[in-house]
Structures are given as structure tokens and as C-alpha cells.
Design a protein around this ligand. Sequence first.
Ligand code: CA
Length: 226
Amino acid sequence: MSRILIVEDEAKIARFVELELTHEGNEVVKAGDGRTGLEFALREQFDLILLDVMLPQLNGLEVLRRIRLEKDTPILLLTARDAVMDKVAGLDAGADDYITKPFAIEELLARIRVALKKRQPAATQPAHSALQSGELRMDIDRHEVTVSGEPVELTNREFELLKVLLLNKNIVMDRNRLIEEVCGYDYLGETNVIDVYVRYLRTKIDDRFGIHVISTVRGVGYVIRE
Ligand code: CA
């Protein structure tokens, strides 16, 4: 069970997310404006904070900055679609992740699970540095990828792309997001760069070992399914 703070002024959204999270067995605390949210965040202990950017009294980015001065509680930002500057500023200010509104609740829950998992101390998660999908295994600390024990040589970006997809297993990752994760959010090069890396990965892994690791979701992006 996790303790989650929702800072969101739109009561309907807050209530909806609260219901879903409590249904999954979490304890939820809500704040309807930035100032109250900041007070809760600093005074109490939370496993995760869901923070809207557009908030009355104190905006979400300012709340985020002030929390980060004192605490490293995982923070997931809720941003408006196309608010690129908010995303950039949010990640710079120490947000762990963001999700754009309107969001599918399944995606939000999946991102919350990922954010919670990332922050678990290594002692309670011995396999933390090892990611797996079928016969494919990635050891992040040793920077190694194997299929059925056979080593696979990957470039840094191929490795990063595969890592992001493995960390977000079962979540369809769109190309823009993958570019941000793999190339950095200030990347200004070709937008088909991700397709190129996926092709390299398929040559080195799927073709060589006769397996199917990365699925294409037409018009959206890529996913590694369980
Ligand atoms: Ca709002």
C-alpha cells in the first residue's frame, strides 16, 4: 500500500483518480490548491505526489521547486497537452515523470506504478538492475544484454531505448516520448530516429534469435508486452 497525495483543483478529476487509487489499495490525501498541497507535501510523508501544473494560489511548478528544496518524494506532473515548456521546466525542477491531460486512467496507474517502483530501495528489490522480457535479459548496472545467455552488443542509444521500453513494459510509448527519454528533450534531429534504432534492435535481437521483443503500435509508437 502506498500513500499518495493528489494536488488538483479540478474536483472531478481528483475524485476520479482518488477512487481508482483507493480501489487499488492505496491511501489518498487530496489538496485543491497549490499552497495546501505544498503544506501537506512538506509536513507529511508520501510515497508519491500527483501534482497538477495549473493550480490556484501557487502553481504546480513552484510547488515542485519548493518541495524539491526539502524532499525527494517521487512527483508525477499533470500537464496540459502541448504545454512543452511545462514539461521541460518540470523535469528540470526535479519531477520524476509527467502525464498529459486528458489521460487514460490505465496509463496514469501504470506510470504511478513505475514511479513507485523506481524509488524502492535496492535492499527490498534485489533484481532492480535486471530487466527481463522472455529470454531477453538486461543488466543495467553491468550494461549488458543477453538472449538465452548469449551476449548482444548494443550501442548506447540502442541500450537506452531498450531500457526505457523494458522499464515501461506494457505501456505504449509514443515516438516523442521515446526521443525525449533516449536523446534528451532538447533533441532537434530527425523525428524518425526512434524507428531507426528499433530497426537496429530488431536486426540484432529478433532476427538473430528468432524472437519478437518490440511491438509496433501503428500511428503511435512501440511497446514491449509481457
Ligand atoms: Ca488545474
